[in-house]
Structure formats: C-alpha cells, structure tokens
Design a protein around this ligand. Structure first.
Ligand code: SPQ
Length: 429
C-alpha cells in the first residue's frame, strides 16, 4: 500500500493486548538454534519481515527451519555442518541480521556474501568488520568493508580484548558470536550497557559466559546445545500502545507478557519521569528474560531530560517518546543519542521533520532534540521514510491530531509489527 489515511478522532483506547514477540530475541533464537547441532524449538517468534530474513539466511546455509505462525522448529547439523550458500544472503532492512550474521559467519567454515536493501547499504558496518578483522576474520566489501555488500570467508579466529567505542548490542553480539569460535578467552568492555539478550541466550544454550560491571568474558571453543526458547513480547512494540494510552483521554491499556529485561525498559523510566499513570507487574522470567504486564492510563505529562546511560535502554523508543513530549508541559531534552542518525533512517531528522509537519515544535540537535510542549497537533501528511518506527509514531500521532493523517508507505511497519493496525483497532473498540 502506497499510503493510508488515518482518521481516528479522539476515541479512547481500552482493553488488553499481547504484543508480538521481541525482534532482538527472535533473531538471536534462529542464530543460536542454527549454530547448535540438533533440534531447537522456539515459541512466540516474531514473524516480522526482519526476522523472516534471518530465517531465510540460515536456510541458505543448509539449516532446516519450519515455521507455523509464531512457532519454529530448527533442525541444524551445527555450524560445522553448514553448506556453502549458492545465493547471496539477503538481510533486507535488518541491521540486526546484517551485523550479527557477520560475527557468526566469520568463524564458520563457509564462504558467503551478505547484502541488504538500500537503507542497509547506508548503515555503517566498519563498527563490526573492524573488531572482527582484529580477530583474524576475512571480510571484504565496499569502501574497505565499511558498507554492504560484504563477503565473508569463514575460518579460524583469535580471541580479542575489545573496548566498545559505541553502546551497541549489535557490535557486542557480533564480537561475542565470533568469540565463541575463537581460540582463547575474549573480553568485551562496555562503558554503557546495551541490551544483553545475546549473553542471556548464550547461557540458555549452555555456554559459560561471565558478565559483571560492563565486562564480559567468554572462552572460545564452546558449543551451544539445542534448547527451547520462549520469546516474550517486544517492549519496543508495546511502547507505541503505552504512549497511545498515556496520550488519548479516557484510555486504559493493559499489555501482557511484555519483555522486561532491564537493558530494555528505559521507556518505562521515561514514562514515569513524565508523570504517566502506569503499573508494572513483573510476573515471570522464562528463559532468563524477565516479563510481565504493563498498564497505562491517560494522564497529563511533563517534560523531562533523557540522556546518558538511559539512551541505550530506550534507543528505539525515542521517536514515540518525542511524540509524547509534544504533549507534555514544558521542555523535553534528548541528548547523547547520536546513534539515532544511523538507524533505518536518520531518526533525529525524521522525527523533527515529520512531526513538524503536524505542528510539533522540535529542534533537532546533532545528538538529540529539544521538544517544547504542549502543542495541539493538526492533521497532515507524514512519510514513514520506510522506517517502521517512524510509521508507528505517525499512527499514534494520528490518535491526537485534529484532522486525518495521511501516512506514506505504511507497509514498512510489518518489519517489526505485522498486525499493528489490527491491534490498534482492537483497542479502539
Ligand atoms: O535491526 P535494526 O534495523 O538495527 O533495528 C533497530 C530497530 O529500531 O528495530 C534499530 F534500528 O533496533 C536495533 C537497536 O537499535 C536492534 C538491536 C539488536 O537487536 O541488537 C540493537 C540496537 O542497535 P545497536 O546499533 O544499538 O546495536
């Protein structure tokens, strides 16, 4: 669909919902399941476009992956039994697939070529190919392996002691995947802790890994053992409905089975700092990934500052937090978030310009933005720019504009949240 008109009025959102599976954990379940010999099963898998690309890549490596809805059965000969792919591994729009698979392939026994779509072609890859080269990986590609397409000749690797230059779970994970195949003990040092799903999943697959005060130690040569993975709901998807409930008068939304891994819950901290009416009930922790129910009711909001160590804990939620800030009393300052410039789009420019079209007062900065509120938003035309999170931000904005919003390229939302509009409609009754 080229464009979609969103004419919502100000109908309250009411009811409960289970958002689809976590994107980061879904990708990793396929990667570990494919590295492990034998049968791995996955429930709650996210059948979004990005995660389907990860499945396709591992099928090309000779791993059998059967999917029925959100259940997967992965039968793998193990990484040493993979076949050399006869086609290019196409990662679509997925930065996670592209970066993590480079770390996996570097220590495999096969040659492969990895490429993605036009957005991936612009995203920096040296942050991954650089440390992998220090481990002895043979990766070549455009502009000295700065950009896709990239070719990887798998082979022996050596351990690394690596200090992360940016807070990035993708870089950390690529290095850890390679470290698993390297000779010796690798150390990864993080100044600011990024999401730790890879570390947690390694433990589930029987790998010994230590993590304390931002220092991760992993001995190479360990083999993952096939297990069952139960993926919790994605807090980054839940964020759009939590924000919608906070924004639309009369709303009360309850989201169950949401992943509550502390490296991902910055959105809840931001909502609290803004004065949202919210309850969090942490009810379980299958697969060492905490999960629970989050309930949000409409309330007035105040501006806040979002910076420092909080940024990696809510990096993907900043577009919808910016929308919340347009309705908050006072100024919201977002700093230390220059990583937003290299996501699916430049999310600082996209948020400021697209919400600006609806009347928002957002001043972009090199590493964030300053948002002054509250401002009554008007209807208008918003371009998702092919970025799922910008598309969902615009859809939530349409719940509070005083006229319809025309959204260009709404289909990209299927990258992380197939069924988003159906779920939104179910809460609008
Ligand atoms: O996979 P992709 O395209 O990079 O997805 C995004 C998103 O908005 O869904 C970022 F654009 O999430 C990243 C996230 O920003 C997923 C991720 C992961 O699964 O490890 C880590 C974060 O990226 P980074 O660059 O900080 O490591």
């Amino acid at each position: 669909m080229e464009r979609m008109t969103l004419d919502y009025g100000e109908a309250a959102l009411k009811g409960s919902l289970a958002v689809p599976g976590d994107k980061s954990i879904s990708h990793r379940s396929v990667m570990f399941g494919s590295m492990a010999e034998g049968r791995t099963t996955v429930s709650g898998f996210l059948p979004g476009e990005d995660c389907l690309r990860t499945i396709d890549c591992f099928r090309s490596l000779g791993v059998r992956i059967d999917r029925e809805g959100t259940d997967l059965i992965i039968d793998s000969p193990g990484i040493d039994g993979w076949k050399e792919p006869s086609e290019i591994l196409y990662t679509g729009n997925s930065g996670t697939t592209t970066r993590l698979i480079l770390g996996v392939l570097a220590g495999s026994r096969v040659h492969s070529v990895v490429t993605g779509d036009s957005s991936i072609a612009k995203r920096p890859m040296k942050r991954v190919t650089g440390p992998l080269a220090l481990m002895g990986a043979d990766i070549r590609g455009r502009d000295d392996a700065r950009f896709t397409p990239l070719s990887v000749q798998g082979g022996p690797l050596r351990a690394i002691d690596y200090e992360m230059p940016v807070a990035s779970a993708q870089v950390k994970s690529a290095v850890l995947f390679a470290a698993l195949r390297a000779e010796g003990e690798s150390v990864v040092r993080e100044k600011e802790v990024s999401r730790d799903h890879t570390e947690r999943m390694m433990q589930n697959f029987g790998i010994r890994i230590e993590s304390e005060d931002g220092i991760i130690r992993l001995a190479g040569g360990q083999k993952p053992s096939a297990v069952h993975v139960d993926v919790p709901g994605d807090i980054s998807s839940a964020a759009f409905f939590l924000a919608a409930a906070a924004l639309v008068p009369g709303s009360r939304v309850e989201l169950g089975n949401v992943g509550l891994n502390p490296t991902r819950t910055g959105m809840l901290d931001a909502l609290e700092a803004m004065g949202a009416d919210m309850e969090v009930d942490e009810s379980g922790s299958a697969d060492s990934e905490p999960r629970g129910t989050v309930t949000v009711r409409h309330s007035s909001l105040r501006g806040t500052e979002i910076s420092g160590a909080l940024i990696p804990r809510l990096i993907d939620e900043i577009p919808v937090i910016a929308l919340l800030a347009t309705q908050a009393e006072g100024t919201t300052v977002i700093r230390d978030a220059e990583e937003l410039r290299v996501k699916e789009t430049d999310r600082i420019a996209a948020v400021a310009e697209e919400l600006g079209k609806l009347g928002a007062d957002i001043e972009p900065a090199p590493d964030g933005m300053i948002i002054r509120g509250p401002v009554k938003l008007r209807g208008g035309s918003v371009d998702s720019r092919g970025d799922h999170r910008i598309g969902m931000m615009a859809a939530v904005a349409a719940l509070i504009t005083d006229g319809p919003v025309t959204l260009e390229d709404p289909d990209c939302i299927g990258i992380s949240y197939p069924g988003f509009f159906e779920d939104l409609d179910s809460l609008r009754g």
